[in-house]
Design a protein around this ligand. Structure first.
Ligand code: SF4
Length: 416
């Protein structure tokens, strides 16, 4: 199942250093974020020696522990826990970055050149505590550097029918063990308990994001998913004295009635539902389960309704950038893909919908495990383009900006 590194890949595309020079108005931190997510990382023994499980969030890395993810000096996060699985178990078609230690500093290295210093994500104090049910609190709520994150459902029901999950997604196989289990959905009582501990955390956390696998069942499509979010948000709300609190839901596209209930019955302030691909034909191929239940046009219509309910600047949508070029049914060239991405981005933004993209990591347990991501140049153009379109339509980036999220390269541009 291994995918070999293309030994000539560096000759076929512009390097990190060339791209940095080519785009002087794009933060080098953002370019680093994109490229590390695109290519993945590996750790030297010296870098792993710097991991302290008493301080850092960790993930298994072979026999050892690696940091759960990385932070750059300006607060930009690089999610790596999917990425290093790519680097270790299959092979990306390009070499991953190396995290090493030089002069006692933890640094990112590529082709024997130091890119920058990196910081390992620290864990909050509640991580080592358990709920009264005996569940480690970090399994109920986890933490990114800027916000808390809660998985409402651990299994995505698009995988119920073989081949219907999104083709880039590695969650289907990983979540299958939770399907139909008592703990498939998060326990609201446990959320309440963890929220009391979260209140004691200092400083850096700006809100809570809730997401999870799609639940298709109920009196109408996704009604059970809606109820799961309402229950979870009401439990989160017990830690706040105001009706509304800084929060975001990333769910399957809910209909107008469901969105209204979500807004009115909870303290939720912002909403996102990811179209994943900005081309209808490719959407049907890459996300067949989504397309079978909610058409491309209906997904867009639901986003526009969400803007009416939550307000402009409080709703956005994301793509897994790069899958639009997957073979054989994706766009043939990066130019064609960018054109389509920007056309749909304009349409969405003209209705007040914000834009974000998550750089595609080719994960080993996905249907797309043999694919290759586009060039760094492609990603920088996409990042600039999305940001400029949001500016053009006066859409505030606040709901996912660097203080609240920092995961999305295009939105990260707003602090320059
Ligand atoms: S909706 Fe698609 S990307 Fe999200 S968990 Fe389900 S299969 Fe994966």
């Amino acid at each position: 199942m291994a995918v070999e590194i293309d030994k000539d890949w560096r000759k076929k595309e512009e390097s990190y250093w060339e791209i940095k020079k080519k785009y002087p108005t794009v933060s080098p931190f953002v370019i680093t974020q994109i490229d590390v997510q695109r290519r993945g990382v590996e750790y030297t023994d010296a870098a792993l020696d710097k991991v302290d499980p008493a301080i850092h969030q960790t993930d298994p890395y072979g026999e050892r522990l690696a940091p759960a993810s990385l932070l750059l000096r300006d607060g930009t996060s690089i999610i790596t826990h999917f990425v290093f699985s790519t680097a270790k178990r299959t092979k990306n078609s390009r070499e991953p970055y190396l995290v090493d230690v030089v002069d006692d500093r933890i640094v990112l290295v590529d082709d024997d050149r130091i890119i920058d210093e990196v910081i390992y994500w620290e864990k909050p104090k509640f991580y080592d505590k358990k709920t009264s049910f005996g569940t480690p609190m970090q399994e109920v709520v986890d933490a990114r550097p800027q916000r808390f994150s809660l998985s409402v459902n651990k299994y995505c029901h698009f995988w119920d029918k073989p081949g219907q999950g999104c083709k880039y997604c590695g969650i289907g196989a990983a979540g299958a063990k939770y399907k139909g289990c008592a703990n498939e959905q998060v326990n609201s009582e446990e959320i309440r308990e963890v929220m009391q501990e979260l209140k004691k955390e200092k400083g850096r956390f700006t809100g809570v994001v809730l997401t999870g696998g799609s639940i298709l069942s109920g009196t109408e499509l996704c009604e059970d998913e809606l109820q799961a979010y309402i229950n979870a948000l009401q439990a989160v709300g017990t830690a706040f004295t105001t009706k509304k609190f800084p929060s975001q839901v990333n769910s399957t596209a809910l209909n107008e009635r469901q969105l209204t209930r979500l807004y009115e019955e909870t303290g939720l302030t912002s909403y996102t539902t990811d179209l994943e691909v900005f081309d209808e034909t490719i959407y049907k191929w890459v996300c067949p389960g989504k397309a079978a239940h909610i058409s491309f046009d209906e997904w867009k219509r639901r986003l526009y309704k969400a803007v009416e309910i939550f307000g402009k600047g409080q709703v956005n949508t994301g793509i897994v950038s790069g899958v639009e070029l997957a073979k054989p049914n994706g766009f043939a060239t990066e130019e064609e893909a960018l054109k389509a991405d920007f056309e749909l981005a304009e349409e969405l933004a003209s209705h007040g919908v914000g834009l974000k993209h998550d750089v595609w990591n080719v994960v080993p347990n996905s249907i797309f495990f043999k694919q290759t991501t586009p060039s760094l140049d492609y990603y920088v153009k996409l990042t600039k383009g999305f940001y400029e379109i949001m500016q053009k339509y006066g859409i505030n980036t606040e709901m996912d900006n660097y203080r609240k999220c920092s995961m999305h390269a295009s939105i990260n541009l707003d602090r320059i």
